[in-house]
Design a protein around this ligand. Structure first.
Ligand code: PLP
Length: 418
C-alpha cells in the first residue's frame, strides 16, 4: 500500500511517506486511513498532528486495559526491576510466577500446564503439534470454516474456507442463520465415519472475529466438545482474541460453558507486550518432547512480567465486572446506530466485541474514513472493515459510559456525511 495524504496533517503525511520508503508493504494491514499515532492514554489516541481519536480497536485487541494504564505500568516496572534479558538459556522467578498464576487463572480442571509462545499463531501451532504428537497415528485435523488462527504454518492451514494441507477438514460454524444441532452433529459424525480413529484434534474460536463477528449459541461449542470427548479428539479453543474479559468473562470458554483440552491465549494476555501461551491438559502439553516448543522469545522475562502486571490489574480493579457493567451500554448504542443509519445492516456481538455490518464495502470504508475525520479535533479509530464490510467495535475494557457517550456523539455526527 503506498502512503496516503490527509489534508491538514503535515506530520502524519510526512511520516507515512517515510514509512512506505523503508518498511515493506507486506507488513501492512493498517487501517486504510493509515493513522499515525504519536501517543495514547486510556481509551484515547493522539495522531502525530494532535487530533484525538477514541480507540475502538484496543490496538487490535491487545490493550484491554487501555493505553499507558497507570497501575499496569507501575506493576510492570515493579516486576521488570533488574530482570535479565535472557531467553531459553535460563529460567527466572518471574516466569515461574507468571506460569503458575496464568494456569490458576483459567480455574478449570483441564488447565494443568502450559507452554509459552511469542505470538498467537505460534501458540496455535504449538497446540496443534501437541495434539498431533499425542496421537501420532491420527493425522486428520478438523477446523471450523471461516476462522482465523494466524498466517503462519499450521495456524494458516486451519484458517479460512479451504486449506492446502491435505489433512485438514472444515466443518460449518453458525453464521447468519444457525442450523439445528443435528445438522452440525451429522457433519461431525460423517467425518468420524470417514476417518475412524484418525482425527487428532478439532480447533475452533469462541466466535468468528475476522469473518465479521459471528457469535454462536453456547450449545454449538458444547456439541463440539461432546463430540471430541466421545472420539478422543483434542478440543482446542483459540482464545488469542477473546482472552481476558472480552466476552464478559475472564475467558470465553466460561461464557460458552465449555472446558477445552487446550486454550490458546495471546493479544491482550500481556496488555500489549508480545506474549502468547497454550494452557491445558498435562498429557497434551507433555506430548511435546524436550525443546520441541522452545524458541528465543517465548516466555521471556519481560513478557512474563507483563502477564503478571496484567493479572494484578484485573484482580485489583475488577476489570471483568466493569466489562459486564458497560457491555449493555455499548450494545444499546450500537443497536441505536442501526436505527439511525440505514446503511448499518446488522449488529452482532457480546461483551465488548461487536461487528457492525455495513451495506457494502465502499460504504464501510467511508464509515472508517469519516469516523477518523470525526468532528475535526476528535475522531473514532476503527480497524479497516473485516470480511470487506464489517466494522469491529472492541474498545478497551476500561472504557467508561461518559467516554462511550463522547465517542458515539462524534461517530453519529461523522456518519451523517456518509
Ligand atoms: C483468533 C485469533 N487467533 C490467532 C491469531 C494470530 O495471532 P498473531 O497475529 O499474534 O500470530 C489472531 C490474530 O488476529 C486471532 O485473532
Amino acid at each position: 500500500m503506498s502512503s496516503i495524504e490527509h489534508p491538514g496533517e503535515p506530520l502524519g503525511n510526512s511520516l507515512r511517506g517515510r514509512l512506505a520508503a523503508v518498511v515493506g508493504r507486506a507488513q501492512n494491514t493498517r487501517t486504510p486511513t493509515q493513522t499515525v499515532i504519536a501517543r495514547a492514554q486510556g481509551v484515547h489516541l493522539w495522531t502525530a498532528d494532535g487530533r484525538r481519536l477514541t480507540d475502538f480497536t484496543s490496538g487490535v485487541l491487545v490493550a484491554n486495559l487501555g493505553h499507558a494504564h497507570a497501575r499496569f505500568e507501575e506493576r510492570y516496572r515493579h516486576y521488570c526491576g533488574s530482570l535479565p534479558r535472557t531467553s531459553y538459556n535460563a529460567t527466572t522467578p518471574i516466569e515461574v510466577e507468571a506460569a503458575e498464576r496464568l494456569v490458576a487463572s483459567l480455574n478449570m480442571p483441564n488447565a494443568q500446564k502450559l507452554f509459552w509462545a511469542a505470538s498467537g499463531s505460534e501458540g496455535v501451532q504449538k497446540a496443534m503439534w501437541a495434539a498431533l504428537h499425542r496421537q501420532p497415528d491420527r493425522p486428520i485435523i478438523v477446523a471450523t470454516r471461516g476462522g482465523f488462527h494466524g498466517k503462519k504454518g499450521l495456524a494458516a492451514d486451519v484458517s479460512g474456507e479451504s486449506s492446502t494441507n491435505p489433512n485438514v477438514r472444515f466443518i460449518s460454524f453458525p453464521l447468519y442463520e444457525e442450523k439445528t444441532p443435528e445438522f452440525y452433529r451429522s457433519e461431525l459424525d460423517a467425518l468420524a465415519a470417514e476417518f475412524p480413529n484418525r482425527i487428532a484434534l478439532l480447533i475452533t474460536e469462541p466466535y468468528l472475529g475476522a469473518k465479521g463477528s459471528f457469535h454462536p449459541p453456547a450449545w454449538y461449542h458444547q456439541l463440539l466438545q461432546a463430540w471430541c470427548k466421545k472420539h478422543d479428539v483434542a478440543f482446542i479453543l483459540d482464545e488469542v482474541q477473546s482472552c481476558h474479559g472480552r466476552t464478559g468473562s475472564m475467558y470465553a470458554f466460561q461464557t460458552y460453558g465449555i472446558q477445552p483440552d487446550l486454550v490458546v491465549l495471546g493479544k491482550g494476555l500481556a496488555n500489549g507486550e508480545p506474549a502468547a501461551a497454550v494452557v491445558g491438559r498435562a498429557d497434551l502439553i507433555d506430548a511435546l518432547d524436550y525443546g520441541e516448543a522452545s524458541d528465543t522469545f517465548s516466555g521471556n522475562p519481560h513478557a512474563c512480567a507483563a502477564i503478571c502486571a496484567t493479572l494484578d490489574v484485573f484482580d485489583e480493579q475488577h476489570i471483568v465486572a466493569h466489562c459486564q457493567t458497560i457491555a449493555p451500554v455499548l450494545r444499546k448504542k450500537l443497536l441505536a446506530l442501526k436505527d439511525t443509519f440505514p446503511f448499518v445492516t446488522h449488529v452482532r456481538g457480546e461483551g465488548l466485541v461487536y461487528g457492525v455490518e455495513i451495506a457494502d464495502a465502499d460504504t464501510a470504508n467511508r464509515c472508517v474514513l469519516e469516523a477518523y475525520r470525526g468532528t475535526g479535533k476528535e475522531g473514532v479509530h476503527f480497524l479497516g472493515p473485516l470480511a470487506a464490510k464489517v466494522l469491529r467495535v472492541s474498545p478497551p475494557l476500561v472504557i467508561t459510559e461518559k467516554e462511550l457517550d463522547e465517542a458515539f456523539a462524534v461517530l453519529e455526527s461523522a456518519w451523517r456525511r456518509v
